[in-house]
Design a protein around this ligand. Structure first.
Ligand code: HPA
Length: 269
């Protein structure tokens, strides 16, 4: 695996000559942040050796290199999900490559279903913790060049970045919630009983991504910041039929707020 990471990194370095400081993973319907990036290079996933190819609508599948908020970033426009049928190590492969490209921080966005009764559709929630119900991407042989066999997860979401994000949100009159994201495999959305269960075990939102990438980044000691757009509610009395199209639509509406937050945080780090 290390060989593959090194091969892919070498290819990207050769093609782009770019050394990013921050990695960004853009979630469902949030790819519009790319419009704010002063783009230097773009590599479609299907041209990158060893990269999986994204199959989901709303995930266009490119690595974008450029400047955002004055920082050199590499952004994944489109990510890989376990439910697409990839092996979990393939899902997180790009994060390892980003580390080898030199990123010092990882920013992640996603869409999720709110189970906290105080949440509304369109809210943004900063992740301050997670519950992982997707197979752990670190299972199998541990590569000590990447990180320890038993990584600590007590400080998964960087507190300095969370505080900075909250400060910026306040300055710009953006309401942000904070809470626990539970990662599930999908691809089914939850039944009412499942939403209730996720609430009982301590979740504020539930979604199908992010945590595998964050675990992989923390294994390599990369500070992480993650934010979720609440696209539907799994709250008793508020549960309605949900579709991927609606999830994309709501996420798009919150895109401007999220983009501003990311950009301003980048300016200040
Ligand atoms: N459940 C799981 N994943 C999701 C949801 C949801 O309600 N909304 C957006 N992604």
């Amino acid at each position: 695996m290390l060989e593959k990471i090194k091969e892919t990194t070498a290819y990207i370095k050769y093609k782009t000559g770019f050394d990013p400081e921050v990695g960004i993973i853009l979630g469902t319907g949030l790819g519009g942040l790319v419009k704010e990036i002063e783009i230097k290079e773009t590599l479609p996933y299907d041209t990158i050796p060893n990269f999986p190819v994204s199959t989901v609508e709303g995930h266009s599948g490119k690595l974008i290199f450029g400047l955002l908020g004055g920082k050199k970033v590499v952004a994944m426009q489109g990510r890989f999900h376990f439910y697409e049928g990839y092996d979990i190590t393939q899902v997180v492969f790009p994060v390892r490559v980003m580390k080898f490209l030199g990123i010092k921080k990882l920013f992640v966005s996603n869409a999720s279903g709110g189970v906290n009764p105080d949440f509304e559709i369109g809210d943004l929630m900063i992740l301050n913790d997670h519950i992982n119900l997707i197979p752990n991407p670190l299972m199998g042989k541990n590569y000590k060049e990447l990180g320890p066999r038993f990584p600590d997860m007590s400080d998964t979401y960087d507190k300095t970045l969370i505080d900075l994000a909250k400060e910026i949100a306040k300055e710009n009159n953006i309401v942000v919630k904070e809470g626990v994201y539970t990662a599930v495999t999908g691809p089914t959305f939850e039944t009412p009983a499942e939403y209730k269960y996720y609430r009982i075990i301590g979740s504020d939102t539930v979604g199908m991504s992010t945590v595998p990438e964050v675990i992989t980044a923390r294994h390599m000691n990369i500070p992480c910041f993650a934010i979720s757009v609440i696209t539907d509610l799994g709250v008793p009395g508020k549960i309605v039929e949900v579709s991927h199209e609606e999830v994309q639509e709501v996420a798009k509406k919150s895109e401007t707020k999220m983009t501003l937050l990311f950009k301003e945080i980048l300016k200040k780090i």
